[in-house]
Design a protein around this ligand. Structure first.
Ligand SMILES: [Zn+2]
Length: 252
């Protein structure tokens, strides 16, 4: 499959999706050209689902940054909270920048099926994001109890509660694909909101910029790779506290 053939599958659902490789290449060019910084001055954090596929499909050139600091757990939500963000902020190289890559993920197979991918070494496709699909299945079976969070399954239960709070949005369609995309959207909005809250309550004393890249991470089959539907690309200049969106720099 060529890159354009792969993109055509994903863009049926996410029209502005790009390969993760292209996103990160353009991000690095932006950092070098517009911010006049080197990748070695940047500490990266990610807030993406713990799923091994995200490790396998991790964009190679992010290895040029220092890090990553992992802020998430299941489904990409920054479960490490204020303590995680505080630790991350205190590890940024002197006069460097903090870069946060965050968002939920969703699988789209080569056949264009939403919510599943082929994983390495397996003969059949499997769920992606499994946590999101588990929560959606429970929602559709009316099996989510309001306020029910078991300490042993805290992260997944937190997503279930979020779905319950957004039941009207999820009830608009009874088709699995559109519903799962809506779950992913809800998860993105919650993650984005929490990331903003955490950075506003964290001191970034040591650095020049906070770079925020909010995405829906789209996983393809094992021989396809991953894509980003980019939702936010903001740079906060910490000398003025001014925030600027450079989203157009990362779109095709
Ligand atoms: Zn997941």
């Amino acid at each position: 499959m060529t890159k354009n053939e792969k993109l055509a599958v994903v863009r049926q659902y996410y029209p502005n999706a790009r390969t993760t490789t292209d996103t990160i290449n353009d991000l690095i060019s932006f950092i070098e050209d517009q911010l006049d910084m080197e990748t070695a001055q940047i500490l990266m954090a990610d807030s993406v689902c713990a799923d091994d596929v995200n490790g396998v499909q991790y964009p190679t050139r992010t290895r040029e940054f220092y890090g990553p600091f992992n802020l998430a757990g299941l489904w990409g939500y920054p479960f490490t909270g204020l303590t995680g963000m505080g630790a991350f902020s205190s590890h940024v190289p002197d006069n460097g920048a903090a870069f946060i890559y965050y968002g939920p993920h969703i699988g789209i197979s080569k056949q264009g099926k939403v919510g599943e991918i082929h994983r390495f070494g397996q003969s059949v496709n499997s769920s992606c994001c499994g946590a999101a699909i588990g929560a959606l299945t429970k929602f559709n079976n009316n099996a989510i109890e309001e306020g029910s969070i078991d300490e042993k399954n805290y992260q997944a239960n937190t997503l279930e509660q979020l779905l319950l709070k957004n039941k009207e949005r999820l009830s608009k369609s009874d088709e699995f694909g559109p519903q799962l995309m809506e779950v992913t959207e809800i998860a993105y909005e919650a993650t984005d909101k929490r990331i903003q809250e955490l950075i506003s309550q964290t001191k970034f004393n040591n650095c020049k910029y906070i770079i925020l890249l909010g995405i829906i991470l789209i996983n393809g089959d094992s021989d396809v790779g991953s894509f980003n539907a980019i939702k936010r690309f903001d740079v906060i200049d910490l000398s003025t506290n001014e925030r600027t969106s450079y989203l157009n720099n990362l779109l095709d």
